[in-house]
Design a protein around this ligand. Structure first.
Ligand code: ATP
Ligand code: MG
Length: 419
């Protein structure tokens, strides 16, 4: 990718009328476009980050046997009436619309009921279970507040996985495997040290559900950490009963702001009873299926990473989700410099290095500022001086010292990074 061909441009100042730091930076760097409050488009550089996050999530979901599919955004009312969740008093984020013949339909705020209905025709015997499916889908929610940029969208991208199992034992095995997969996902995203499996409300047969909460100053949630025991509790379930159950006391806990980047639910058989979702066991008896649901907020994760890792110069992406691994800045229009940099660009691409080549005829300061604002992990500078010495400058986004390397040295250094 060449910067001269990129249709987006960075701006000198953050956008007015945008208060969330993540959206300010992402708009300024040309990663997202604000369509209206809580509704953001992903531009080429932003989409690259989204796709890299999805790749990590997809690899880990496939590793635990997940099968990917895509459900629909238009949903029939009947599927939600069975569980009372069509009712706006029960679910307060619905967007609803009508077909030409006045039939009411819903826009997907979640896919739980439809995905369970979808599974039904394929599952009749214990031999058909367990099933583990997932998707990456746009969710549409009429959220009351939308002041957190892409951390709370009215339209946002979620990965949602659903499991169906014959009994609690089979369910628990899947649940624990997926919990481990989530832990790997957040570690790979660079959030491992700051992401806690958190006891929260919402379990059907258990007192708690599990949320994955990332410590983040601008997060909308408050959690309480017991760092020694690695226990985290959402404030919504912080009461004497919970503390006793977990064997900890209130004064050992530290209060922090956090953002819910994922959650996992055990529905037990509650939902399958409501929706009459059964299978026949080995003795020919009908039984209710144990269901689980597992979300990750893909676009929220991008927002959290943008917020957490940024510095005064701009974004800072972990190498494996950066829109490019290296920003190749050419500081001269001199023909030797152009030729040398073009060759380095080609060599990088041949080696599979994800490179953004700044081939514009603009000031060096502008190029460096853009590389920093975009948060590209490495910067390579080619100038008349470096062409004379045959050694170009390589510097990490967060490092203050740079090093001088020849072509091969640069390729050797960068090739293993980022994938
Ligand atoms: P919250 O309490 O933040 O509203 P939720 O409990 O409604 O979240 P779920 O319906 O379980 O969330 O969705 C699964 C995941 O999707 C969440 O863990 C979160 O990461 C993400 N998510 C939920 N709502 C939004 C939103 N409005 N914008 C961006 N991501 C969201
Ligand atoms: Mg919500």
């Amino acid at each position: 990718m060449k910067v001269s061909q990129l249709f987006t441009k960075t701006t000198k100042n953050p956008p007015a009328h945008e208060t969330a730091r993540n959206a300010q930076l992402l708009i300024q760097a040309g990663f997202i476009h604000k369509e209206m409050a809580g509704v953001y488009a992903f531009l080429p550089l932003g989409l690259k980050v989204i796709e890299k996050i999805k790749t990590i999530v997809r690899e880990e979901m496939n590793a635990v046997g997940g099968q990917e599919l895509i459900m629909t955004n238009l949903q029939p009312r009947e599927k939600w009436e069975v569980t009372t969740r069509w009712n706006d008093d029960v679910v307060d984020v619905w967007f609803k619309t009508k077909l030409k013949d006045e039939t009411e339909i819903g826009l997907a705020w979640s896919h739980e009921e439809p995905i369970i209905e979808m599974m039904k025709p394929f599952i009749s015997s214990y031999k058909d279970l367990p099933v583990n499916v997932y998707q990456f889908q746009t969710k549409l929610r009429n959220e009351l507040r939308s002041k957190s940029g892409i951390m709370r969208g009215r339209e946002f991208l979620m990965k949602d996985m659903y499991t169906a199992a014959i009994d609690a034992e089979q369910h628990d095995k899947l649940y624990n495997e997926i919990m481990d997969a989530y832990t790997r996902v957040f570690a790979r995203l660079g959030l491992g040290d700051d992401t806690y499996v958190t006891f929260a409300s919402g379990g059907s047969f258990t007192k708690f559900s599990h949320e994955f909460q990332t410590v983040c100053e601008t997060g909308e949630d408050t959690i309480y950490l017991h760092k020694k025991k690695n226990i985290a509790i959402n404030e919504e379930v912080l009461d004497d009963e919970s503390l006793q159950k977990l064997g900890i006391s209130r004064d050992e806990l530290e209060e922090v702001k956090s953002s819910e980047v994922g959650n996992i639910f055990n529905f037990g058989t509650e939902k399958s009873e409501q929706m009459d979702f059964t299978f026949t066991n080995e003795n020919g008896e009908k039984q209710f299926i144990h269901l689980g649901s597992y979300g990750i907020g893909i676009s929220r994760v991008m927002g959290v990473i943008a917020e957490k890792f940024a510095d005064e110069k701009g974004l800072i992406w972990p190498a494996n989700i950066a829109p490019a691994t290296v920003y190749l800045a050419r500081l001269s229009e001199d023909s030797t410099v152009v030729k040398t940099t073009d060759k380095l660009y080609d060599d990088m691409r041949k080696r599979g290095i994800d490179v953004l080549y700044d081939d514009r005829d603009v000031r060096a300061g502008q190029k460096f500022a853009d590389a920093d604002l975009m948060g590209i992990p490495y910067r390579v500078v080619v100038s008349e001086k470096t062409c004379q010495s045959g050694q170009h400058e390589l510097k990490g986004r967060t490092e203050s010292e740079s090093q001088m390397l020849d072509n091969d040295g640069i390729l050797e250094y960068l090739a293993p990074i980022g994938s």
